[in-house]
Design a protein around this ligand. Structure first.
Ligand code: SF4
Length: 436
């Protein structure tokens, strides 16, 4: 009887990449992958712990799996499992806890747990891990954009962040392995490659050969058939002049940099252990914009970090306004057990966090519109992904500088590049016309 496996993923692109890779390993062993709503023989919950909501949602999905089929093997992987294996094992019905190591052995570990009379805690120490766990995605659902994991771990220890304790120290995938996966994806018809990891700006750390992200970007862009290369989040201090040159000079590299700022107040940046101040950050943004016209600079902001007074929040608000990011992801500070900031005095009341979050999200919408408005009347190359859903024959896609564009067409545009003349702003998106 063919065994069925269902995987539920929480959290970031890297977690999604690892879930896809694990799914491929099960399929290769003859398992049939089913959706998480269906009955399965094995349930994998790939967890997240970046906020307390991640923990709570992870527990909810674990309980849902147990309820769906009490006879199934329930295995829990990912960051919450790595940092809190005891809490996970306390949930009735959990058979196996793995964490953020050994996912490449998931099938074997699940089959061992099947034979075990008691739940198996296979979580191993992550802080001593020095090797990059090489897992690649064996086959894909869509054929437009593919994520490629190039790096693992982080050693920055920002005071609010649990990730270094969940993912361990910096490790990098060998450039040859990355290039092999890119070549395979290009052969399979993928149009856009997105480099992902936990701290990709530190790419090269842990490898014998001396290399870095800029090197890798150049080598990938020289791979025949690569149409578009997009970078995941890059920390401010990791953006080198050579990386800016690569974004400026190589047509296939998307004019889009996601650079987490986290706060626009220098006192708070210092308390976060971020190692730069707002002057240095704006100077970096200025240098990038002067070399790469029309580039999208997107960012992350945490509101309500301990010690963030109303005045300090105003500094952040004004900085985001002045810098005019093309997109700002806003997060409310969430104390993480085991991180220094969780024990800091001057924790900010929830209602203040809510109010600040609302204000920044409203500002972000204006910034997004202002950025998109610059392209009215211009021609943009768009990579179409899927029907937009709102109307018949309306398709949506992304420009290289990360603007969502909608176009009417009776053709199947899925996975197609097309030149589009921009005619109108539609919310924070653009409406265009296909160029004949
Ligand atoms: S750079 Fe800071 S915020 Fe990002 S993963 Fe590392 S510790 Fe966390």
């Amino acid at each position: 009887m063919t065994k069925r496996v269902a995987i539920f993923t929480l959290g970031c692109k890297t977690n999604q990449y690892e879930s896809e890779a694990m799914a491929g390993l099960f399929r290769r062993e003859g398992y049939k992958q089913v959706t998480f709503d269906e009955k399965a023989d094995v349930y994998i919950i790939n967890t997240c712990t970046v906020t307390h909501l991640g923990d709570r949602k992870s527990r909810q999905m674990i309980r849902r799996a147990v309820k769906k089929n009490p006879g199934a093997i329930v295995a829990v992987t990912g960051c919450y499992a790595q940092t809190s294996p005891g809490e996970v094992l306390e949930i009735p019905g959990v058979d196996l806890v793995i964490g953020t190591r050994d996912r490449d052995r998931i099938v074997e570990l699940v089959e061992e747990a099947e034979k075990s009379p008691v739940p198996v805690n296979a979580v191993r120490d992550i802080m001593s891990q020095r090797l990059f766990e090489d897992m690649s995605i064996l086959d894909y659902e869509n054929r437009t954009r593919a994520f490629v994991k190039i790096q693992e771990g982080c050693s920055n220890f920002c005071t609010y962040c649990i990730i270094p304790y969940a993912r361990g120290p910096l490790r990098s995938r060998s450039p040859d392995k990355v290039l092999d996966e890119v070549k395979r994806l290009v052969e399979e018809g993928f149009k856009e490659i997105v480099l992902t990891g936990i701290h990709i700006g530190a790419y090269g750390a842990g490898l014998e050969e001396k290399t870095d992200l800029a090197d890798l970007v150049v080598r990938i862009s020289l791979t025949p058939g690569v149409k578009r290369l997009r970078l995941g989040s890059v920390e401010p201090l990791d953006i080198t002049p050579r990386l800016i040159e690569a974004v400026a000079g190589i047509r296939t590299v998307c004019r889009h940099l996601h650079i987490p700022l986290q706060s626009g107040d220098d006192y708070i940046l210092n308390r976060m252990n971020r190692h730069y101040n707002t002057f240095e950050f704006s100077r970096l943004v200025g240098a990038i914009r002067s070399q790469v016209p029309d580039i999208a600079i997107t960012t992350d902001i945490i509101v309500g970090f301990p010690g963030e007074t109303a005045e300090r929040f105003e500094n952040t608000y004004e900085f985001v306004k002045e810098t005019a990011f093309s997109k700002t992801h806003v997060f409310k500070y969430s104390p993480r057990k085991g991180t220094p900031a969780a024990g800091y005095p001057e924790q900010v009341p929830a209602e203040d966090k809510d109010a600040r979050c609302k204000r920044l999200i409203a500002l972000d919408r204006e910034n997004q519109k202002n950025f998109a408005r610059q392209f009215l009347g211009r021609s943009m190359e768009v990579l179409f992904e899927q029907p937009a859903g709102e109307e018949e024959e309306l398709w949506e896609g992304l420009t290289d500088n990360y603007i969502r564009v909608l176009v009417k067409s009776s053709e199947d545009l899925k996975g197609q590049f097309a030149d589009v003349r921009i005619v109108k702003l539609k919310g924070t998106n653009l409406l265009g016309k296909m160029k004949i």
